[in-house]
Design a binder for this molecule. Structure first.
Ligand SMILES: NC(=O)c1ccc[n+]([C@@H]2O[C@H](COP(=O)([O-])OP(=O)(O)OC[C@H]3O[C@@H](n4cnc5c(N)ncnc54)[C@H](O)[C@@H]3O)[C@@H](O)[C@H]2O)c1
Length: 377
């Protein structure tokens, strides 16, 4: 008996016969994009709710190597009666699956997304899309060769608030940009014995804090600036969590400077020991321009502080009602030709490479040039 059959039996046992019978009926109905999720951990199960929330998507298959997570996801998707697998290649082999969501640990993204694209599937790939230039390069080639939709999980791109802010910055609300100051500081380390503890603290699996987490913040900076950096320098270290958890290879803090075209610099700091009471936000982006500065992240609503001494702060975007699954909605709309790609391969690759370049600079203490990464976008 194949492992997938075994998995399906276990799930049916958990759900009970009545629930399975009900699922079978609903699974036969409708013109919905058949979707599989590979990796049903924290993020994968959240994305499962996002898929479930789309009337034109159907959860057709689930895959995880951890049976408890697979069972939980199968129960959450019961109305769609998905098949369950522990071997992700079985999903790739399924001709009837149209779209794949990749939500495994970062070092697996590139190979899984490439295999899915090459087998003719649309792909929603969690960030970072790769943790090395080689992984990113291979995925860029596969996505460009494919006629299918590739969306990277840089979901800030689907937030109305940021779309509007970037529009105003492009239209010159603070004039030419002069410099950017950004940070991502956490109140604590991820739990050392938590569910992601088996990969997160290993730099060969997560890429490190900058690559795994700050990739969102770096993407937002690139988006605001409208370019990718040309080079990076900085330092990173482990000052608090030395060998904790045992074997730890990711930094717990770092400081970087990115150099963009035209002499614009972006400084970025990160740490995992930002006290809750410290009177500054954990995550912040300050964009300085000729006419003033914007506090763009860390304060709601985003506000501009004009350069002129008497001028009052100006709220640029009122608080927006954001649909929490807007990025998945964008993915399926793009598949169905009813909307643009919310974060295509160039966006995903640029974000990942910016983070990889920064991590490499911190790890070596040397200036790292974008061209050294060897990826043409
Ligand atoms: N976009 C966001 O805001 C956001 C938020 C959280 C996490 N993420 C990303 O999502 C990804 C997963 O993070 P997470 O927090 O869910 O981690 P997690 O550890 O909770 O989940 C990962 C899952 O992948 C499974 N897995 C590992 N190897 C596998 C394999 N070979 N085949 C199938 N399944 C496999 C694990 O068993 C686990 O259940 C990471 O890349 C992370 O950066 C994105």
């Amino acid at each position: 008996m194949r492992s997938s059959d075994l998995d399906t039996q276990r799930r049916h046992f958990l759900l009970g016969a009545a629930a399975v019978a009900a699922q079978t009926v609903s699974a036969q109905s409708g013109d919905r994009t058949t979707t599989a999720i590979i990796g049903t951990g924290n993020r994968g199960s959240y994305l499962l709710t996002a898929v479930r929330d789309q009337p034109n998507m159907k959860v057709s298959a689930l895959c995880d190597i951890k049976p408890d997570r697979l069972d939980k996801a199968a129960t959450a998707a019961a109305k769609d009666n998905p098949n369950t697998y522990t071997d992700w290649r079985k999903i790739i082999d399924r001709k009837d699956i149209e779209a794949v969501v990749v939500a495994t640990p970062p070092h697996l993204h590139s190979q899984m997304a490439i295999a899915a694209l090459q087998s003719g599937k649309h792909v929603y790939c969690e960030k970072p899309i790769g943790i090395s230039p080689e992984q990113v390069k291979a995925l860029v080639a596969a996505a460009k060769a494919s006629k299918k939709v590739f969306v990277s999980g840089q979901q800030l791109r689907s937030m109305k608030q940021y779309v509007e802010l970037v529009r105003q910055i492009r239209e010159g609300v603070i004039g030419s940009l002069l410099m950017v100051k950004a940070q991502r500081q956490a109140n604590a380390d991820l739990p050392h014995d938590g569910t992601s503890g088996d990969w997160y603290f290993d730099v060969t699996k997560s890429g490190g804090y900058l690559v795994e987490q700050s990739v969102h913040n770096l993407d937002l900076c690139n988006w605001v600036i409208g370019q990718h950096p040309l080079r990076a320098c900085g330092f990173g270290s482990i000052t608090l969590y030395k060998n904790a958890p045992p074997g730890r290879t990711i930094f717990d803090n770092g400081s970087l400077t990115y150099d963009y075209p035209g002499g614009l610099h972006m400084t970025f700091t990160q740490n995992v020991f930002h006290p809750r009471g410290l009177p500054m936000p954990n995550q912040a982006i300050h964009v300085f321009g000729e006419k003033g500065a914007i506090e763009l992240m860390g304060q709601t609503p985003p506000t501009m502080y004009p350069m002129a001494r008497e001028a009052k702060p100006l709220v640029l975007v009122e608080k927006q009602q954001e649909y929490q699954h807007a990025h998945m909605k964008g993915f399926v709309e793009c598949i169905r030709n009813s909307g643009p790609n919310p974060a295509d391969i160039t966006i995903g690759a640029t974000a990942a490479l910016t983070a990889i370049m920064g991590h490499r600079a911190m790890a070596t203490g040397k200036v790292v040039n974008w061209t050294e990464l060897g990826v043409l976008l």
